[in-house]
Ligand binder design. Structure first.
Ligand SMILES: [Zn+2]
Ligand SMILES: [Zn+2]
Length: 262
């Protein structure tokens, strides 16, 4: 399984780099060139040819930083459209997309365009806890603990599995599934705010570095490669410093453009 990081932050931001500004973008991960895990960043990182290869988009929840690339993906595909792109999400997320995004006011309803029989986007309803096979991947959505209905995912192919926490505060079920997944090769776990903003993390239902450690330990796999992501750009440096001090064996920080092979 190959995961290409299109965006892995909790917002979009330009930050000073050594040579020029570095662009941080909201969450979007391209798996094996054809499956998108969250749609926060798509068209700003992928060529048109790459966008046309996308067959499935899995959404964790409806928050803007996880869906904002989707309307423009649909628009970009309209001219070249052959078969629908499947948008897989739980019912509240799909309903939210219809009500608040593809509603004919904010954007055209690409779930019914160019016609209802063969639309550009096709909805696939996911049930938390119920595994689905779409394309070459098995995907298990698991409800996590955020301010709106949200799932994390365990994504599997024949050789490897990835755990993706989604936006979450303290939770249990996904760690239980991770513990019992034999080929688990990596976990992407969110960490949005530094420890001093623990109160904000609690109300917005996100993790801080100390909670990141607590949740990671629930996997009971201390050697597992773990990648922190969804850092809010203003706090990135502080979050990295705090996580680095936790003594986790194989911890890294996701970056835009990174390719991970499992
Ligand atoms: Zn988010
Ligand atoms: Zn969120």
């Amino acid at each position: 399984m190959q995961i290409r990081v299109l965006g892995c932050h909790g917002a979009d931001c330009l930050v000073d780099g050594t040579e020029r500004s570095v662009r941080q973008e909201s969450c979007g991960f391209l798996i094996d060139n054809s499956v998108l895990l969250d749609g926060g960043t798509i068209g700003t990182r992928l060529t048109l040819a790459e966008q046309r290869r996308i067959r499935f988009v899995f959404l964790s929840h409806l928050h803007f930083d996880h869906i904002k690339g989707l309307p423009l993906l649909a628009d970009n595909l309209a001219e070249w459209f052959i078969e629908p792109v499947t948008v897989a999400a739980t019912e509240p997320v799909l309903q939210g997309l219809r009500d608040h995004v593809f509603n004919g006011t904010v954007y055209p309803n690409f779930f019914e365009l160019p016609n209802r029989e063969n639309p550009i986007l096709r909805a696939h309803v996911l049930q938390p806890g119920k595994s689905v096979v779409l394309g070459h991947l098995e995907i298990i959505p698991v409800a996590v603990n955020h301010t709106v209905p949200t799932v994390g995912y365990v994504v599997k192919d024949d050789e490897a599995a990835l755990l993706y926490s989604g936006d979450t505060y303290e939770t249990e079920e996904i760690w239980h599934l991770g513990r019992t997944t034999p080929n688990l090769k990596a976990a992407f776990i969110e960490s949005s705010f530094p420890d001093e903003l623990g109160k904000l993390a609690q109300t917005s239902k996100h993790l801080t570095p100390s909670l990141f450690l607590k949740e990671f330990q629930k996997l009971r796999r201390p050697n597992l490669p773990v990648y922190a992501y969804h850092m809010k750009p203003p706090y990135q440096a502080q979050i990295k410093e705090e996580i680095s001090r936790l003594g986790i064996e194989r911890v890294e920080f996701l970056e835009e453009g990174q390719i991970i092979k499992l």
